[in-house]
Design a protein. Structure first.
Length: 265
């Protein structure tokens, strides 16, 4: 039997961060198809039902699979090095013996496939149970949040986990000016020189705001950004630098960071 830590209510670093600009996806299950959530089943007979703004995940009891999970999951981008708060309510029911089925949740780094919260985090294996989770984590990248039912034995009386009021809240973003690579408050040839040095000359200063260096807003920073910047500055009719060209947040969901940009308050 798997050794677990069961927590009825998780409350870590309660905060009220500013909602970011379209970077974080929220889900309340009003769409009975579950979109944008998807169902993942490792057992042969797990299921999910979306109704009344709830998602009900039933684990497997096929008698074949073991130590598996059935879950709903959704990927999201955590922009920059800001805080992201994950909140949801949950309840759990099963007629099985405690220790064999459980409600759980996890957050997976899609780049590594590893949990970033030390999960899976088991919420309860004793029925009935309910609670709420509010947990912050920091970092940037592409993540997947999973909510579901875990089964050690996959036989008899599956665990049934219900989730609602699910929300992912982004922390306050760092304002920046796209194209101001050297953070001197203007966009000119010196930014191209700074960018070339950062890319190709060892020991050159590096930008503390990759978003500002991503002049063509393609979610990466490379020599194409320098070419784009030079064209925008000197070639008539060239594509202008995308927003924000005055202090603002990145309207594009990506994993680039902006730790500091002192030219913006």
């Amino acid at each position: 039997m798997r050794s677990r830590l069961f927590i009825g209510i998780i409350t870590l670093a309660l905060a009220a961060p500013t909602v970011a600009t379209a970077q974080i996806i929220n889900g309340d299950f009003t769409d009975t198809t579950g979109a944008p959530w998807t169902f993942m089943s490792e057992s042969l007979d797990g299921s999910v039902n979306y109704s009344a703004m709830e998602a009900v995940v039933t684990g497997g009891d096929d008698g074949v699979s073991s130590d598996v999970y059935d879950s709903i999951q959704q990927s999201f981008i955590a922009p920059a090095s800001t805080m992201v708060t994950i909140e949801f309510d949950w309840s759990y029911f099963s007629l099985d013996t405690p220790g064999y089925d459980a409600a759980f949740w996890d957050v997976i780094d899609n780049a590594t496939g590893l949990s970033v919260i030390g999960g899976p985090v088991f919420l309860a294996d004793t029925s009935p149970a309910s609670g709420a989770v509010s947990q912050d984590f920091s970092g940037s990248g592409d993540f997947t949040v999973r909510l579901g039912s875990w089964s050690d034995d996959a036989i008899f009386d599956p665990g049934v986990s219900t989730f609602d009021n699910v929300v992912l809240i982004g922390g306050a973003l760092t304002s920046f000016v796209r194209g101001d690579l050297n953070d001197d408050g203007s966009i000119d040839i010196s930014d191209a020189v700074f960018g070339l040095g950062a890319l190709f000359i060892p020991g050159s200063p590096l930008s503390t705001c990759a978003d500002a260096s991503d002049t063509n807003d393609d979610s990466s920073y490379d020599v194409s950004d320098i070419v784009f910047l030079l064209a925008a500055l000197f070639v008539p009719g060239a594509t202008p630098i995308p927003e924000p060209v005055s202090c603002g947040d990145d309207p594009t969901a990506d994993a680039l960071t902006c730790d500091t940009h002192t030219s913006c308050p």
